[in-house]
Design a protein around this ligand. Structure first.
Ligand code: FAD
Ligand code: SIN
Length: 524
């Protein structure tokens, strides 16, 4: 057993939300940022299209607000949206002052259009590497701050909670468990895309923060709202690589396998309709034509422009023998983002004292039932900053590490055979994709529950020492939370579409909040 660690602030996760929070927290005390892989490995690093912000001459904060509310399909927290759009510009200007280089046209920032935005408002960097630029700047900034320490390849496995107060987390480093005691703990572990067999999310995004918070007694909200990105590469032996929505913003057309453009039949905004509508339209075309994919057509656009505007996508597709200027690109939807998460207020506070959450792991309600494209990097900056403010205030009144009980190092370590685990993990991910995917119904959700519940009953209390087994346990938990919430929402709203309840029926404005009870799930 390793020695205990003490810090003022523990930040779990080094994407945009965790890093932005750490920078702010450092003004008030010592910060430890732990991350389970390389510091850069996160959804933030792979974000392509850009970051939405009302900074262009033709835009207004009020219009960004309206577009966000509209995309959220009636379930946004209006106060949180106001905060996002009005504090966003300040956070972006700060980032530029720290060295972020967003693309420009002449001397002015260049803004692009994405789905459901009524103005060109999406800033981008190096064409399609916006996330990498933001991550680079934040990591550089953090490395100049003496009282922020970083621990990579250090995985949080559970929170230390006593009498509804969080005092840090159990960490796994080199197969040893370490108790890290912190006055305030921030979960910034990102989303849960890996719970699905088709996803744009990197391998590290396994829902750990949501599962840890659930085990600790936190409330999770709106877990049924999973956003499926319409256009992930669909090609044998190629990764499920994202083809940014910004490509449709620049004129790319969706065509079915017969080469017919179809989006105008589904929505007046065509290719730039809200993401949930585009994903469902693609699935309809795939079913109608008995095909596994549709095409994204950029062949009418100039090759030099495409190389310059989308260099990462252009080069990645070339590696898989697709020249996006000459070949139509086979695509289909993939799990991309989760609107739900740990319920927080506008300062990242959860229902557990001393536990904060920010970024994709959290649910402030800012995205409602469907996130407006490119609003999540902005959310990470704005609510990362705010959760730090919340944590600082909390730490000022902190009364010491006075546990009412002993905090045992996890005792009964178990082991799963790795082959068996891979088989079960595949089963879980396929089930989530086929039964809890873009289109759901009571029957498909019941089948999913009957497959996932036995996994949950078998593994939810197990303590593992291998990162893959820990992730698997978390994925089972989050998969079940999404499924149970989707089953409970007998309505179709935003990204949650049920063929047995196709419309907004009475009570659709309700939020679904869940928590752990007797090791099971209670829907509040
Ligand atoms: P992340 O950036 O995902 O960071 C999570 C961190 O937590 C990682 O460092 C991870 O290693 C760490 N972690 C996880 N579990 C543990 C654990 N148990 N212990 C320790 N560390 C842990 N949004 C936009 O606004 N614009 C875009 O253009 C855009 N493009 C996207 C493209 C892709 C391919 C993807 C996948 C997402 C995109 N998104 C985009 C969404 C956006 O990138 C994410 O929502 C956002 O970056 C999430 O930031 P975060 O800080 O909450 O989490
Ligand atoms: C994209 O570039 O299409 C992703 C944008 C987002 O998820 O916000």
């Amino acid at each position: 057993m390793s020695e205990d660690i003490y810090t003022d602030y523990l930040v779990i996760g080094s994407g945009v939300a965790g890093l932005r929070a750490a920078i702010e927290m450092s003004k008030s005390g010592n910060v430890l940022v732990v991350t389970k892989d390389l510091p850069t490995e996160s959804s933030t690093e792979y974000a392509q299209g850009g970051i939405a912000v009302a900074l262009s001459d033709e835009d207004e904060i009020g219009i960004h607000y309206e577009d966000t509310i509209k995309a959220g399909d009636g379930l946004c927290n209006e106060e949180a949206v106001k905060i996002l759009v009005s504090e966003g510009p300040e956070r972006i200007i700060e980032l530029i002052n720290w060295g972020a280089e967003f693309d420009k046209e002449g001397t002015k920032l260049s803004f692009t259009l994405e789905g459901a935005h009524s103005r060109k408002r999406v800033l981008h960097a190096h064409g399609d590497s916006t996330g990498r630029e933001i991550e680079r700047v934040l990591i550089n900034k953090v490395s100049t701050i003496r009282n922020v320490k970083k621990a990579s390849f250090t995985m949080a496995i559970d929170l230390i909670v006593d009498e509804n107060q969080c005092y840090g987390a159990f960490l796994l480093k080199d197969k040893e468990i370490i108790r890290c005691f912190a006055k305030a703990t921030l979960l910034a572990t990102g989303g849960a895309g890996q719970v699905y067999s088709r996803t744009t999310n990197p391998r590290v995004i396994t829902g750990d923060g949501m599962a840890m918070a659930f085990r600790a007694g936190a409330y999770l909200k709106d877990m049924e709202f999973v956003q499926f990105h319409p256009t992930a590469l669909f090609k044998k032996d190629a990764p499920q690589f994202l083809l940014s929505e910004a490509m449709r913003g620049e004129g790319a057309i969706l065509r079915n396998i017969h080469g017919e453009a179809f989006m105008k039949h589904y929505h007046s905004l065509g290719e730039l309709a809200p993401r949930d509508i585009v994903s469902r339209a693609i699935i309809s075309e795939m079913v109608k034509n008995n095909s596994s994919h549709v095409y994204l057509d950029l062949t009418h656009l100039d090759e030099e422009f495409l190389k310059r505007r989308f260099p990462t996508i252009y080069n990645t597709c070339l590696k898989f023998n697709l020249n996006i200027a000459k070949d139509m690109v086979p695509v289909s939807p993939a799990a991309h983002y989760i609107m739900g998460g740990i319920e927080t207020n506008n300062f990242g506070e959860t229902n557990i004292k001393g536990l904060f959450a920010a970024g994709e792991v959290a649910c402030t309600g800012v995205h409602g039932a469907n996130r407006l494209a490119s609003n999540s990097l902005l959310e990470g900056l704005v609510f990362g900053f705010r959760s730090a403010k919340g944590a600082i205030k909390y730490v000022e009144g902190f009364e010491g590490f006075s546990f009412k009980r002993d905090i045992p190092i996890k005792a009964k370590i178990q082991h799963i055979d790795s082959l068996e685990m891979v088989t079960m993990k595949n089963k879980l991910r396929e089930t989530m994709w086929n039964k809890v995917g873009v289109i759901r119904c009571g029957e498909s959700l019941s089948i999913a529950k009957s497959i996932i519940t036995p996994f949950y009953e078998r593994f939810s209390s197990s303590i593992f020492l291998e990162p893959l087994s820990i992730e698997f346990k978390n994925m089972i938990t989050v998969g079940l939370l999404i499924t149970e919430s989707a089953y409970a929402r007998k309505n179709s709203v935003g990204a949650h579409y049920r063929t047995d309840y196709k419309h907004k029926l009475p009570n659709w404005e309700k939020h679904i909040i869940i928590k752990m009870k007797n090791n099971g799930i209670e829907i509040l």
